[in-house]
Structure formats: C-alpha cells, structure tokens
Design a protein. Structure first.
Length: 324
C-alpha cells in the first residue's frame, strides 16, 4: 500500500489541490461531516442519517460495542446519547481531499445512564477521537474510527491505571482529567508546502523509519519545535518524542506499519495505519500530522489500543461483553 502512494506522488505533484474542500453538489465534503457531528451526535436528529449516509454504509471500529452498518450506527448513537444525555462533540480539524475527510474531535458528557454494562456514575468524561470518512455521491459510505475508549473506561473507574512496574506504558496510568483531552495546538509556523509533498514526508517517516527500524530516519523529518498529542501524557515535545521513538523502534525487529489510507489538505496529512505487533496482534490508528518548512511540526495520534490490551489479558473487556 505504501508503495502505491509513493508511486502516485510524483505523478500528482502537478495536480496538487489549493486546499479547498471538494464540492459534492450544493455542499462540501466537510459540510456533510459537520452535519453528521452537529445534527446527529449533538442534536440527536436521527432522521438526518438517511440523507447523510449511503445505503450500504460501513462502519469500521475494532473497539468493543462497535457496529458495522447504518442501522447499528443509529442504535449506537441513541445508546451514547442515553448514557451521556449532555454529550457534545467538538470539531477541531476537518481535512478534506477528493472523497475523503479526516476529522479530529473531542466528545464530552456526563455518565447518567448505563453504558456497556457500567451503571451510571455521574462522572464527567472527555474522549479524544480521530475519524476518517469516505463519501460517495455526497453521502458518507464508510467511516474508520479511532477513539480513546481505554481512556473512557479509566475515567468511568472501570479500568484501573496500572503501575509502571506491572505494565511499562504510560497511557495505562493516566489519572489527571487533562490527560484525556487534546492539548493546546502548536504556534509553530512556516512554509506549509503542498499536500503531495507532505504526503511524501508522512510515508517516508513510516517506510524509512518504522518499517526499517531506523529511529534516526524517523526523526530526520521532525522539527525541533515539534509538539505531540497522543495517549502518552509525558510525550509532548521533540526531546520526549525522540526518547519515545528510540524506545519503540527496534532495529533488530522493526514494527511493520501499513498505511491503508492517506489524505492531505494544506499543511495537514491524515493517515490510517495498521501496525503488525507480532503474534497475530495488530494495532489500528489514525494520525493527523502538520508540516512546515519540510518538517513535521505537530502530530495528533489516536490508537484503538484497548482491543490489543484486552487480547493480551492486561485489561478486561467491558461488562456487557464479558464471556462473549
């Protein structure tokens, strides 16, 4: 898949977009996604689903409770809005190219009803989300979702943080409420480049760095002013990101990452990727990277990590799915 993107880059440079969202009839692809978020999730206007989603809609989400079609999606929204009646989804970023839209979101709400088998707690929660939408004829045909369901379980006091000596990954020890939200965006500016050149940088970081086990290559495109937003609360700037990269890229046994989708607009690139962790385990995630002066200056990274941890026996699944 990566090779396909590399092969297309040189041919498409002359056709690089101007940064405006593609038109689909009377509205842009971004406007369709915005109506899904504002109308369906925030206002509960379920009648909009038939207008905004294609009949053969497919929902991709490996997390517990996920659904795969439009009827299931509508039921899922109703369940969320019942459990969190004050739910609000905020749109931070919409990145569009052709029929694709990447969306960085934050969902907030108060747990007032049963959810995934967890009785109401009255706890206010925050969840980071990055979705990638694919539209056909102006309607949403597919959504790939990456949401911090692990963080939600921790905030609801169902999934307990584990001490470092038990499991040496910091994201399982988040306890401060601010660690579950996106941090402040970087003010770093510069030449934004063009979408295709930025795609090439994104692919290069994965192919030459992660897939070849070369931490230096992965870091070569990262700016000294880099800001990182992820499930790792202590990894925020270039120095901590460098330490994290050097600790996670193993030159003897490099993680193999396949980029399954890639879209870009202006200075931002959205990539949907699957990492082969070995032993039949895979980790799916969606990133949004921002570039300036030929360097990565900021990244928002969200992982569907809970299914992996459940498979490893580190965490239980939610009560609703126990014994399933």
């Amino acid at each position: 898949m990566v090779a396909r993107f590399l092969g297309l880059i040189s041919a498409m440079l002359l056709l690089a977009g101007t940064g405006s969202a593609p038109q689909v009839g009377a509205q842009t692809t971004k406007e369709v996604v915005r109506r899904v978020v504002e109308g369906i999730w925030n206002q509960g206007r379920m009648e909009l689903a038939e207008e905004l989603f294609a009949p053969g809609f497919v929902n991709h989400d490996p997390n517990p409770g996920a659904v795969d079609d439009l009827d299931g999606f509508k039921e899922w929204v109703v369940r969320w809005r019942s459990a969190f009646p004050d739910i609000h989804v905020e749109i931070h970023d919409l990145v569009a190219e052709e029929d694709g839209v990447g969306a960085r979101l934050t969902a907030t709400g108060t747990h007032r009803g049963e959810f995934l088998g967890i009785p109401a707690t009255g706890i206010p929660v925050t969840m980071k989300i990055i979705n990638l939408y694919r539209l056909v004829d102006g309607r949403v045909a597919e959504v790939y979702r990456s949401c911090d369901l692990l963080g939600l379980g921790q905030q609801l006091e169902y999934l307990e943080p584990l001490p470092e000596e038990v499991f040496p990954f910091s994201f399982v020890r988040r306890e401060n409420p601010v660690e579950f939200a996106w941090g402040s965006s970087s003010g770093s500016m510069g030449d934004p480049g063009d979408p295709e050149s930025n795609k090439a940088l994104c692919v290069r970081e994965v192919e030459e760095g992660w897939n070849r086990g070369d931490a230096a290559a992965a870091l070569a495109i990262v700016a000294p002013t880099f800001v990182f937003h992820s499930v790792y609360p202590e990894v925020t700037d270039f120095d901590s990101y460098r330490q994290w990269i050097e600790g996670h890229i193993d030159p003897e046994n490099p993680t193999q990452i396949a980029i399954d989708d890639l879209i870009a607009e202006g200075d931002k690139v959205v990539d949907l990727s699957v990492a082969d962790l070995g032993g039949g385990l895979v980790e799916e995630g969606i990133r949004i990277s921002r570039y300036a002066d030929g360097k990565m200056v900021e990244m928002w990274r969200n992982l569907n990590v809970l299914p992996v941890l459940v498979e490893l026996g580190v965490f239980p699944t939610f009560p609703e799915f126990e014994g399933g």
